[in-house]
Design a binder for this molecule. Structure first.
Ligand code: BG6
Length: 474
């Protein structure tokens, strides 16, 4: 691993900051999501309702405790911290023309503090967050007007923080919204609440198109402003394996992978791939896509691909096989992989899949790759004030080993690795605290009880050694 390699951790504003209505912050889409659990979906309420519990309202109170938390990250030797800017701190409703100075000042102080500890901020502009007002008034990314609202927010952030932040990403895991069977993703990616009988696939593609335009617009702006700014996209990597070597399984897996990769195709190559245009034609879809949009998309290509990696998936063309229920816009053909075990939340554990994905992406695009999320959500036991999280160490060790092979043996250009949820955040999919990712434990439970005290886990000391040795000691 080279000396410039960016070791660190990753968080998202809405999952840690709390302070949901402080210093002029507006209501965000994350603020209307109730707590769920494994197999119990989070509910989306129309505004904040009495008697409901919203775990993101308090998060882990990073808003007030960030200095202590960053001190701990510095103790581990982080070179960078990936987090996001809460859009609603800057533009509380999203359609106003003047930003909220208190929100801007918060991120100034946060980034200054990180930099004072030699931790560089890596920033996602929209991490599953947008003003709830934009959902109610405009239907979220159903509306073209979102391009301007996002652009105004993103431009405000880049103008303000360009001297403090070099690495930016536009939309977190933008490709999650292809998973139409889970309405949470349409809401968190695009602020869309589907109505009965709607053609969800059509609406999803239109929203995604507006996001591509918005992303390209801000990337082009940042490049014109300062050619040193590194502008990236962010996707959830979900490599699909064929269940068998039967050609039908191979073709099935290829189709699924194409559906995942069309996002990076557009971000990196600046145009839609042929298979998507064919699909639209076949479905007789016509979209609000202008020539100016397409030209913008061509001009706003990203410098690097940021991605999360947690698991792989397997698909089969054999319709008699039992599906595991998660698929993408192409349908649901996912089946159990007999060679992989899963976490308590049913996520496959597949370190070699990371090497496979890194190679695949680098072969395809030849741009730097940044692993901006990888981590293990698990139940941790607090025993005599300690957390012996060997399960997490083992997960991280194996993934880092595969990343090293991709870099050192295969020549893949990986610029950094940030452990997801380096301090226990609120889980995104379930809203739980007990699905813990951190190397730092936070004393808070699923009902919101606890002192919020921070405790170093065994993985804290382990990761510190990994960073200090540049992954020689694993
Ligand atoms: C990614 C998201 O999907 O995975 C994070 O970018 C999220 O926001 C992480 O927290 C892990 O998912 P979960 O549901 O286990 O918190």
């Amino acid at each position: 691993m080279n000396d410039q390699f960016l070791w660190g951790g990753a968080l998202a504003a809405h999952q840690v900051e709390g302070a949901y209505d402080v210093d002029g912050k507006g209501l965000s889409i994350a603020d209307v999501m109730t707590a769920g659990a494994h197999h119990v979906p989070r509910r989306i309420t129309r505004g904040v309702m009495d008697g409901e519990y919203y775990p993101n309202h308090e998060g882990i109170d990073f808003y007030h405790r960030y200095k202590g938390d960053i001190d701990l990250f510095a103790e581990m030797g982080f070179c960078c911290l990936r987090t996001s800017i809460a859009w609603t701190r800057i533009y509380p409703n999203g359609d106003e023309t003047k930003p909220n100075e208190k929100g801007l000042a918060f991120y100034d102080e946060l980034f200054d503090y990180m930099l004072s500890k030699n931790i560089q901020p890596v920033i996602t502009l929209s991490h599953f967050e947008m003003p709830y007002h934009l959902v109610e008034k405009y239907g979220g990314w159903r509306s073209r007007r979102m391009i301007d609202f996002f652009y105004r927010f993103a431009k405000t952030c880049i103008d303000r923080y360009k001297d403090k932040v070099s690495y930016w990403m536009t939309f977190n895991e933008i490709n999650n919204q292809t998973l139409l069977e889970n309405p949470l993703y349409a809401f968190t990616n695009s602020g869309i609440l589907y109505k009965d009988g709607e053609d969800q696939l059509y609406i999803m593609y239109q929203a995604v198109h507006y996001q591509f335009v918005a992303s390209a617009k801000i990337v082009a702006y940042a490049h014109a402003l300062d050619c040193d700014l590194q502008m990236g996209c962010m996707v959830a990597s979900l490599p699909y394996y064929p269940y068998s070597c039967h050609p039908d399984d191979i073709l099935k897996a290829q189709k699924y992978n194409q559906h995942q990769l069309f996002f990076t195709d557009v971000f990196v190559r600046g145009h839609y791939p042929a298979h998507i245009l064919k699909e639209w034609e076949r479905r007789q879809y016509t979209f609000d896509v202008t020539n100016e949009d397409l030209s913008l998309i061509g001009k706003g290509c990203v410098d690097y691909i940021g991605f999360s990696y947690y698991l792989s998936s397997t698909v089969s063309a054999d319709r008699t096989k039992e599906t595991t229920g998660s698929g993408n816009a192409a349908g649901s053909d996912t089946v159990e992989n007999p060679f992989l075990v899963t976490s308590d939340w049913g996520w496959t554990i597949d370190p070699k899949g990371l090497r496979y994905y890194l190679n695949d992406m680098y072969d395809r695009y030849e741009v730097p790759l940044f692993i901006v999320e990888n981590g293990f959500g698990a139940i941790d036991q607090l025993t005599d004030g300690c957390i012996h999280d060997e399960h997490r160490i083992s997960y991280l060790r194996e993934h880092i080993m595969e990343m090293k092979k991709a870099v050192e043996e295969d020549g893949v250009d990986v610029i950094g690795y940030t452990v997801w949820g380096c301090i226990d955040p609120v889980s995104f999919t379930t809203g739980e605290m007990k699905k813990r990712y951190g190397m730092i434990y936070v004393d808070r439970d699923d009902e919101g009880n606890g002192s919020l005290q921070r405790i170093r886990k065994d993985s804290f000391y382990w990761y510190k050694e990994v960073i200090a040795s540049n992954a020689d000691k694993l």
